[in-house]
Write a protein that binds this ligand. Structure first.
Ligand code: FDA
Length: 596
């Protein structure tokens, strides 16, 4: 008698708890986090190695907090390879690198006021870390900690049943197909995700709304840039507003001798073939040096997308990263959001695999992250349009007549009302680009609403400043735990409140008089099989709030408590001690973990 399908699956050659497709930022981060949490996992990539071009680079504070949570050595390795924040932010707008500078804005936390907000918000720093460095850091952390990785292995299809997922993979070296049986499958397979297609993930929006090309090359451009250090040099030439990401771009990869040019093409025309001659020509044109010699490293075309998934899960299968949100690089959100998706899903998968949570906890991944997908796709595409006023202020929107454009641009140097108005319009248009280049709130303000957050009856605090530009800390359940420095009693060293939490565990933070919460944590933790850490912050305690920042940020009384999830988001809080803390903590955790 032939085997039933079920028996075939049971014969899958490899079994694991979580199979991850893709070793990009999303997949590698998921693998690293799961391995750190002690969950068996396997990751595959259809290519023989990791990213071969430095696509993502702007690495925001929230992402660095995820790396910090993976361990100080992981965070330190990222800083070691990154270009530091101080060299990132003189965002230049120019006719060409050698030509006239038209304007500048301080970006990525370079302005002292913005830098102060960055410093207050997080123990981690924004930096510029090309994807060719980020992926090996995450991938190696994963493999060192137990992830089984298979390269040259392509995802073909999957089938799920009540107990698990059977995935068919192709070993590209031998041409042999084989099956992996896992409890869960994560599709972190990028913008053309086959996994998303196979689960019929509902995608809103449009793909291919603009055409763009990347030209990666080496050339020492120090003489044009070292005095105005930046990661982005925006070049305004006729044709710069066609396709692409809003304007011609010369992007620093390594200061100041490795570069990526991003230049648009008309999406209604066939994609151009970017050969060495064309690449050199575009580089010479944007740098403004007709003699420039470049060492071309690679060139390719890609499309600007404007699409996001409204559901990131189908049963036991999840999608994350570009598979779920497809958008231009504006605001530098893609890899960042991918890694943050992983931080959201990994602890939930771990809790379910370890039997600490009900499967319904996994539904909160979509509830919490799909709104973020929509938010970032919308923001990134809006940012492209927001270059428009700069072109308008320079009179560059009325056609391609070079002489006319030149005359309009020259007019901004004229004395008189018209010239003054043009100068003011240009200043305002450039300053408005802070919504792309200094949007700290877009990066840090995510607040979750789902059954993995238990409300405390308090209304959500409204934003007192522009929520896209400014991060606003709060301990309102669903928000990320505010960072402040407290001090270790025995060493005197400052420690971030975020460092007291995370590491795959739930944490309770309380103050003097709230010790009963710690007893409750021990008791409830034992009964639910959870490792709950508890910290009392106050004078003569292990952590001391010498400067009073925690008292200001915690929004609870000394006897109250914050219950912080493994991903640093506040899951619940109590303003003060209550009559039966263990009973209440047990109720709250069972709700959050979908145990009831
Ligand atoms: P990603 O595409 O990186 O990885 C997909 C993985 O799946 C790869 O390992 C691939 O080989 C694998 N795969 C695909 N199909 C498979 C199959 N069938 N079988 C097996 N494996 C398969 N982001 C950011 O945060 N900051 C920034 O500054 C920028 N800048 C930037 C500039 C430019 C020019 C571009 C084009 C993009 C950016 N980005 C960015 C975006 C960023 O690059 C992007 O969002 C991330 O790479 C997405 O990471 P993922 O892991 O989701 O997919």
């Amino acid at each position: 008698m032939g085997k039933t399908q079920r028996e075939e699956w049971d014969l899958a050659e490899i079994t694991t708890d979580v199979l991850i497709i893709g070793t990009g930022p999303a997949g590698a981060a998921t693998a690293a986090l799961l391995a750190t949490y002690g969950v068996e996992n396997m990751v595959v990539n259809r290519y023989r190695w990791l990213a071969n071009t430095p696509r993502a680079h702007i690495t925001n504070q929230r992402t660095m907090e995820v790396l910090r949570d993976l361990g100080h050595e992981v965070e330190a390795e990222a800083y070691m390879h990154a270009t530091e924040q101080d060299l990132m932010g003189e965002n230049v707008f120019c006719e060409s690198l050698a030509g006239e500078e038209i304007g500048r804005m301080k970006s990525w936390g370079k302005h002292p006021l913005s830098r102060a907000e960055h410093m207050l918000a997080s123990p981690s720093h924004m930096n510029d870390l090309p994807q060719t460095f980020m992926e090996p850091i995450l991938f190696s952390a994963a493999c060192k900690r137990g992830t089984q990785a298979r390269m040259s292995t392509e995802y073909l299809s999957h089938e799920q049943d009540a107990d698990g997922v059977t995935t068919t993979l192709l070993d590209r070296l031998s041409g042999r197909e084989f099956q992996v049986r896992s409890r869960y499958l994560v599709g972190a397979d990028g913008g053309n995700s086959l996994v998303a297609e196979h689960i019929d993930a509902p995608i809103e929006g449009k793909m291919g709304v603009g055409g763009s090309m990347n030209i990666l090359f080496r050339a020492d451009l120090s003489k044009y840039v070292a005095h105005r250090p930046s990661v982005l040099y925006w070049v305004m030439q006729p044709g710069a507003d066609v396709g692409g990401i809003g304007m011609g771009l010369v992007r620093m990869i390594r200061p100041w001798n490795e570069w990526l040019i991003v230049w648009g093409y008309d999406i209604n025309e066939p994609a151009p073939v970017v050969d060495e001659a064309m690449a050199t020509n575009v580089a010479r044109q944007l740098v403004g040096d007709p003699e420039l010699e470049i060492e071309l490293l690679s060139a390719n075309t890609w499309t600007v997308n404007d699409a996001y998934a409204t559901n990131m899960q189908n049963g036991r299968v999840f999608i994350m990263g570009d598979a779920a949100h497809r958008h231009p690089p504006s605001n530098g959100l893609g890899s960042n959001t991918s890694i943050q998706d992983a931080f959201n899903l990994a602890w939930k998968l771990a809790a379910v695999v370890k039997g600490q949570a009900g499967e319904a906890l996994l539904d909160t991944y979509t509830t919490e992250r799909a709104p973020v997908a929509k938010q970032i796709v919308t923001r990134a595409n809006q940012s492209i349009g927001e270059f428009g006023p700069i072109f308008e202020a320079l009179g560059m929107t009325g056609g391609t007549d070079i002489e006319k454009i030149k005359a309009s641009m020259d007019a901004r140097c004229d004395a008189g009302e018209a010239g003054e108005a043009q100068r003011e319009a240009l200043r305002q248009a450039i300053a408005f680009k802070k919504y792309e280049f200094d949007a700290h709130g877009v990066e840090m303000n995510q607040r979750y609403r789902s059954s993995a957050v238990v409300a405390d009856g308090q209304p959500e605090p409204s934003f007192t400043r522009d929520a896209e530009l400014h991060y606003q800390p709060t301990t309102w359940p669903g928000a990320r735990l505010p960072h402040v420095w407290v001090f270790d009693h025995s060493t005197g060293q400052q420690v971030s409140t975020l460092d007291l939490c995370g590491n795959g565990r739930f944490t309770l933070l309380t103050g003097i008089g709230g010790e009963a919460w710690c007893d409750a944590a021990t008791q409830v933790g034992a009964s639910l099989g959870l490792d709950i850490t508890c910290h009392v912050i106050g004078p003569r305690q292990k952590y001391i709030d010498h400067v009073g920042d925690w008292a200001r940020a915690s929004e609870i009384g000394d006897t109250g408590c914050l219950l912080v999830r493994p991903d640093h988001h506040v899951g619940w809080r109590s303003a003060a001690i209550i009559a039966e803390p263990a009973k209440e903590l047990s109720r709250v955790l069972q709700l959050m973990l979908s145990k009831k």
